[in-house]
Write a protein that binds this ligand. Structure first.
Ligand SMILES: [Zn+2]
Length: 224
């Protein structure tokens, strides 16, 4: 998927599958520290959150919003929507939407389906509820997949991740929506390993200064 809306040299940072928090030192999700870092740099990030994660960390959306960022809907349980029936698709989007609104997220909020998996049947299931459809803004994909989840699963360093993401940006003429993950939403064991090893905060604090030095400009997610 591509937004096709970004001028050359513009980068838009998006973070999926959070929010998350880690106590003490070491790797792990750190959504608020990430939001603080970006805020201090004057960068508006978009955090596509899962309702189930917000239920675990109900105070984090307000902290992210207070730092000037946007919150989007990434479904309740991070489901592969085309595999569900219409009622289940509606429930996955609605439950998360209601949870995010209760947590303070503004509407209409951007929507990104897990895995980028979306089809006409998914759209029909959401659009059948006019109020729910009106509460969302676009279906957002990404141009550059940081592949960070794979790095965390394989225990590869954040320095490698930064080099890889930078190379992808260079290949894309330096423009695009970048996908990374501030946590991992699913409960299975590979996902738990990725979550424990998450170093997206460390990767971003290395990557952003490099991009700033190279003259890249960060922008908020363009309207869908
Ligand atoms: Zn996701």
């Amino acid at each position: 998927m591509s937004t096709g809306l970004m001028p050359v040299g513009m980068i838009c940072l998006t973070f999926d599958d959070g929010p998350g928090a880690t106590h003490g030192p070491g790797p792990g999700p750190r959504t608020v520290a990430l939001a603080e870092y970006l805020g201090a740099q004057g960068i508006v990030g978009t955090f596509f959150m899962c309702g189930s994660q917000v239920e675990r960390h109900p105070d984090l959306p307000a902290a992210v919003l207070s730092l000037g960022h946007r919150i989007g809907n990434h479904t309740h349980r991070h489901s592969h929507l085309p595999s569900l029936d219409a009622q289940e698709i509606h429930e996955e989007v609605l439950t998360s939407f209601d949870t995010l609104v209760r947590a303070g997220a503004a509407t209409p909020m951007p929507f990104r389906p897990p895995y980028g998996a979306w089809d006409e049947r998914c759209a029909a299931a959401v659009n059948a509820d006019a109020e729910l459809a009106a509460g969302h803004d676009g279906v957002y994909g990404w141009d550059i997949d940081g592949g960070d989840w794979q790095f965390w699963e394989e225990g590869v360093s954040d320095a490698r991740l930064v080099a890889d993401t930078y190379a992808q940006l260079a290949r894309s003429a330096g423009a695009g929506v970048v996908l990374m993950h501030d946590s991992t939403a699913r409960a299975d064991e590979p996902s738990a390993i990725m979550r424990r090893n998450n170093r997206t905060l460390e990767a971003i604090t290395r990557l952003v200064p490099v991009l700033q030095r190279e003259g890249f400009v960060f922008s908020a997610l363009p309207a869908g």
